[in-house]
Design a protein around this ligand. Structure first.
Ligand code: FCB
Length: 444
């Protein structure tokens, strides 16, 4: 198997503002839904909040230097909307803009290409108080925020992503209630999903207007599913899961509309569609960001609605989550996206693993993480050779950080962060990543 990558392939790491920045009240930053959620007892496993996280707001120069050390030539990060427009739709906070402008300069000086996600979950709380993403007015607020950011950074940032994982923003946060704002209402969740798609479609031309050479995309999370048995019930459950999880966003963006089976399964919880909405969503994108961690194996115990995801077949190295390690699915996913949707470019915008890392004499020997990443990048050269236009791989994450509802318990970083002292230690996986990036090939 050929293990080399095409010239110019991006070897990046990814983070999100709320997960690393800390400094949640510094320089005029407004409250976000994650500040409110984390401050609510019982919502975060460890009882932590977004402060201090990794204090990257103060330590960004050190963090860019570390990126350089681990050989990354690209960095995917997100902008905190409440730093830019603290109450969501009011006054603009120049200090917030300055932070990201400085970060971009630091990256470019280090030879690291910035990839910016506009919305990675930290909605200004003031907008949530008015209904959040379920309120169509949030679409306009998002467009104004987007224009403000692109105006400031568009001379230097050429890669833009509108939203990160709309499934998590809508279903996980508003139907399942595990993430901020913690609601449990399917109709609200689907209204959120719909408005996210409209906001994405309207943002795409707006970004291009302010940054003509921009490449614009969106990041979707995929959990391809397989049935546990040959039963027709399991087959039906897999299909429904696929439509709800994998197609609900992809199909509208690519002009196919909402998937029919899931639409009817949702009954009267489906969103109201205004004239023009479905057309707006199909604004052509330059690339699709693909987040992949694991596949799902589905077993239906009575009806597709009661189907359970049971991943018991392979090593479940990600202990606390039970996510299965199954890299073949990444190859199949990218191949399917290319053959069925023919998108101009695909980028793996997140892939990585969570382990209980231990510091031993000042080092972290996270061999299991190396194995996980190696297994996943090993499937990519073949995929590229078959014609899939994959241009980059971003490891989640640059460093251990505030892993949402799990707090800092779940470590995903190539760099270890001591939560007490803020000391950073490049893990063995980070050192290995540097060799991969330098060789532009899978290495041992
Ligand atoms: C993804 C999120 C990212 C991180 C990883 C582990 O769903 O986009 O912020 O939490 O999972």
């Amino acid at each position: 198997m050929k293990k080399e990558f095409p010239k110019g392939f991006r070897w990046g790491t990814a983070t999100a503002s709320f997960q690393i920045e800390g400094a949640t009240t510094a320089d005029g930053r407004g409250e976000s839904i994650w500040d409110r959620f984390a401050a609510t007892p019982g919502k975060i496993l460890t009882g932590e909040t977004g402060d201090p996280a990794c204090e990257s707001y103060y330590r960004y120069k050190e963090d860019v230097a570390l990126m350089k050390k681990i050989g990354a030539n690209a960095y995917r990060f997100s902008i905190a909307w409440p730093r830019i427009i603290p109450d969501g739709d009011g006054a603009i906070n120049e200090k917030g803009l300055a932070y990201y402008s400085n970060l971009v300069d630091e990256l470019l000086a280090a030879g690291i290409e910035p990839f910016v996600t506009l919305y990675h979950w930290d909605l200004p709380q003031a907008l949530q108080d008015k209904g959040g993403w379920a309120n169509r007015a949030t679409i306009d607020a998002f467009l104004r925020y987007t224009e403000t950011v692109v105006e400031k950074l568009g001379d230097r940032v050429k890669n833009w992503m509108t939203h990160n994982e709309p499934w998590c923003i809508s279903i996980l946060s508003n139907e399942i209630g595990a993430h901020a704002p913690g609601l449990r209402d399917t109709r609200t969740a689907l209204a959120v999903a719909h408005n996210l798609l409209v906001s994405h479609g309207r943002a795409v031309p707006l970004i291009r207007a302010r940054c003509p050479d921009a490449k614009v995309g969106i990041v979707l999370n995929f959990a391809p599913a397989q049935p546990a048995t040959d039963s027709p019930e399991d087959a039906a459950a897999v299909q429904l899961h696929h439509e709800k999880f994998n197609l609900w966003f992809l199909d509208p963006i690519t002009g196919r509309g909402y998937p029919k089976g899931a639409w009817s399964a949702y009954g009267d919880a489906v969103p109201e569609i205004l004239d023009g909405d479905m057309g707006v969503m199909t604004a052509p994108i330059d690339f699709l960001g693909v987040n992949f961690y694991s596949r799902s194996i589905i077993h239906d115990e009575s009806s597709p609605r009661n189907a359970k995801i049971i991943n018991r077949r392979n090593p479940r190295n990600m202990m606390a989550r039970g996510w299965e390690v199954y890299p073949k699915t990444l190859a199949d996913l990218l191949t399917w996206l290319h053959s069925d949707y023919n998108l101009p470019e695909l980028v793996v915008t997140e892939n990585g693993a969570m382990y209980d890392d231990v510091v031993w004499n000042g080092e972290v020997h996270d061999l299991a993480r190396i194995e996980y990443i190696k297994a996943h990048i090993s499937v990519l050269p073949d995929v590229i050779e078959k014609g899939v236009p994959l241009t980059g791989y971003f490891c989640w994450s640059l460093m251990d950080n505030f892993e949402w509802a799990q707090g800092t318990r779940d470590r995903f970083g190539l760099i270890y962060v001591d939560v007490e002292t803020q000391e950073r230690i490049i893990k063995d996986s980070g050192k290995w990543f540097a060799r991969v990036a330098a060789a532009n090939a899978v290495v041992d």
